[in-house]
Design a binder for this molecule. Structure first.
Ligand code: CDP
Ligand code: MG
Length: 140
């Protein structure tokens, strides 16, 4: 299996409820290493650029408002098959469909306020990591 890196975001609903440590424990228990991490406050414009791919979707404006509503923790996770592994740890987008034990099953409040983001492919992971981190900040 290839070692990969993926971009993870602990979203405002989770940072507000002091869940950063509990979510990070799930990543680490799954064998994902947190090789970079910072807590930041996004502007709506910065959130909009990050989620540009969803610009035509009906939930886009609400999503951008939400992502700028409180601090987020952006992080790079590294490990074997990290992109798919992180998606497994996260669970389905809608917490009602998320498997037991996943972050979203345990912590998400709704399909929109669903506690975590994770990249979905190697190409998007590379772009999303570069959006938040310089090469000097990635210490594997
Ligand atoms: O985050 P994930 O990759 O699982 O889902 P997505 O389809 O890429 O959607 C990005 C984000 O948009 C989700 O995580 C939700 O926060 C939000 N969303 C929403 O508010 N309503 C939907 N029907 C679908 C997604
Ligand atoms: Mg996605």
């Amino acid at each position: 299996m290839a070692t990969e890196r993926t971009l993870s975001i602990i979203k405002p609903d989770a940072t507000k409820r002091n869940l950063t440590g509990k979510i990070n424990a799930k990543f680490e228990d799954a064998g994902l290493r947190i090789i970079a991490q910072k807590r930041i406050q996004l502007t709506k414009a910065q959130a909009g650029k990050f989620y540009e791919v969803h610009a035509e979707r009906p939930f886009y404006d609400e999503l951008c408002e939400f992502m700028a509503s409180a601090p987020v923790v952006v992080q790079v996770l590294e490990g074997d098959n990290a992109i798919a592994k992180n998606r497994d740890v996260m669970g389905a987008t809608n917490p009602a469909d998320a498997a037991p034990g996943t972050v979203r099953a345990e912590f998400a409040e709704s399909v929109g306020e669903n506690s975590v983001h994770g990249s979905d492919a190697p190409e998007t992971a590379a772009v999303e990591i570069a959006y938040f981190f310089s090469g000097l900040e990635l210490v594997g």
